[in-house]
Structure formats: C-alpha cells, structure tokens
Design a protein. Structure first.
Length: 276
C-alpha cells in the first residue's frame, strides 16, 4: 500500500498541471474507450465506475454521450478527485452533473459492494498500480455478472522523442546532467499480454487492440509542458542563471528542428472483457 500512497501523494501535487498539460494530450485515446463500451450501454448498462478518473475526462465524456447513465469517478488522489469534480461543475449541465459522483479510493481496494456496477472503465491507470492483477480482480469483483470492463493503457516500446533528447542535452550543457530514465515497468508488453492478463483475472470474451497517440507540440508548448508540469520540480530547483540557460538552450534546439520532430507518438492498447 506504500507505493499506492506515494503515487496518490504525487498526483495530489501535480493535479493542476496534469489538468493543464497532460489531460488534453491523452484525451482522444482516453475517450476512445467509450466505443468499446457501447454494446454494454445498448444492452442496458446504467451504472458506471471510472477507475482512476484523473481529471474526469472519461467520466465527463460518458455522461455527455449517454444521458441515461450514472458515473462514479474513483481516484487514489484527493487532488485529482477535486479537479475532476471541478471539471464536472464546469463542463456538465445541471442534469448531467447530478449523475456524477467522485470518490477517493485505491484501484485495488474500492469501497463498493460486489456486483455494484454494470460497466467499469479506465484510462492510463492500470500501468501505474503496484499490482495490475489485483486491480483487475477488484474491477471484476465490483461488476455484476455480465458486466463489462474496458480500459486503455500504454504499450511498451522504444521510440525516441527528439525534444526529450534536446532537454537532456541542454541539462548536460549547463552542468546539471541528463535525467535518469525510468523503464516504465507497468507498460503492457504486447496486445496478447493484455488479453492474457484479463483472462487470468477472470474475464471472458476478452479482446484487445493496439493504437497510437499522436500530439503535435510547438516550441512554447513543449517548453511549458516540461518546465511547469513534467519536470517542474527539477526546473524549480535550478538557480536563476541555470534556469535561463536551460530555457534558452532548449528553445534554440527546438527551433532548429522540423515540426515533424515535435510530434509525440506513444503506442497504446485498449482491452475489453466481460465478467462471467
């Protein structure tokens, strides 16, 4: 539970920056999960849980798409849950807002009865949990028999993003040193692995497909993303002259690149299964 608590505390700190910078980037792939749930809603699914709601992107999209459903949006981070509620206030009309509820809970230990939901959905969360099998089993537990889970997560790959290379090169230039890269152990290794994991967790009629997230940065957008969100702690800890040198060097390198080098491309996998 320590890892989950640390993860929640981290997302408490970055909730506002996440809403400003990261949520809009991943939104198209996140909302794509809804298409995989359409048959469940058409068959009468009404009660939905959004596991790891973040800023509420998927939950709000579901409420707009299906006026007959209720959504309980769950997140381990109280800061994220607060942002999701604020986004629901901002984006939903009164009737739809009444169908939205946010709760603070961990993905592998949710405060709901067995079979409480018709549908479970999640976007870019199951790669973060310490034990994906346990989180998938918990999703299965709170689904009624015949209920559907669909989620999207990252697919492991080695793909260079040149602006990140430039950021590290400038850190080297100013004497800070390049960042240590995590190996993102939670990313799914393949589409087949996503299917196998859901089957082991007790889901049937499992399917999965690969996708691709693409986002075109411009120079100032990438600088803002890195300095006020992704590497905010690092940048804030620099001396003023170091920070100025970082920004100048980063802008110089980015402006020398063609726009095609500033396209972020990340592989995804969307999986769907039924609780028997």
């Amino acid at each position: 539970m320590t890892a989950m608590t640390e993860q929640a505390e981290r997302y408490d700190r970055i909730a506002t920056g996440y809403a400003r910078w990261w949520a809009p980037i991943i939104a198209p792939q996140a909302v794509g999960v809804l298409a995989h749930l359409e048959p469940a809603i058409a068959a009468g699914g009404r009660r939905i849980v959004d596991i790891g709601t973040g800023t509420g992107t998927l939950a709000i999209a579901a409420l707009r798409r299906w006026p007959q459903v209720d959504v309980v949006a769950v997140d381990a981070s109280s800061g994220m849950a607060e942002v999701a509620a604020a986004e629901a206030d901002r984006l939903l009309e009164t009737a739809a807002r009444r169908r939205f509820e946010s709760r603070v809970a961990f993905a592998d230990d949710m405060p709901f009865d067995d079979g409480a939901f018709d549908v479970a959905m999640s976007s870019f969360v199951f790669q973060l949990v310490p034990n994906r099998f346990r989180a998938l089993r918990e999703a299965r537990r709170i689904l009624r028999p015949g209920g559907t889970l669909a989620y999207v997560s990252w697919l492991a790959e080695e793909r260079a993003f040149w602006p990140d290379t430039d950021f590290d090169a400038v850190l080297e230039e100013i004497g800070i040193g390049a960042r240590d890269w995590d190996d993102r152990p939670g990313d799914l290794t393949s589409v087949d692995a996503a299917i196998a994991q859901m089957r082991r967790a007790g889901f049937s009629r499992v399917s999965a497909e690969a996708g691709l997230l693409e986002h075109q940065f411009d120079v100032e957008g990438y600088v803002g993303f890195m300095t006020t969100f992704d590497e905010e702690d690092l940048v804030r800890g620099l001396e003023p002259d170091e920070r100025d040198a970082l920004l100048a060097g980063l802008r110089r390198r980015l402006r020398a690149r063609p726009a095609s080098d500033l396209v972020l491309r990340l592989s995804t996998v969307t999986a769907r299964g039924i609780r028997p």
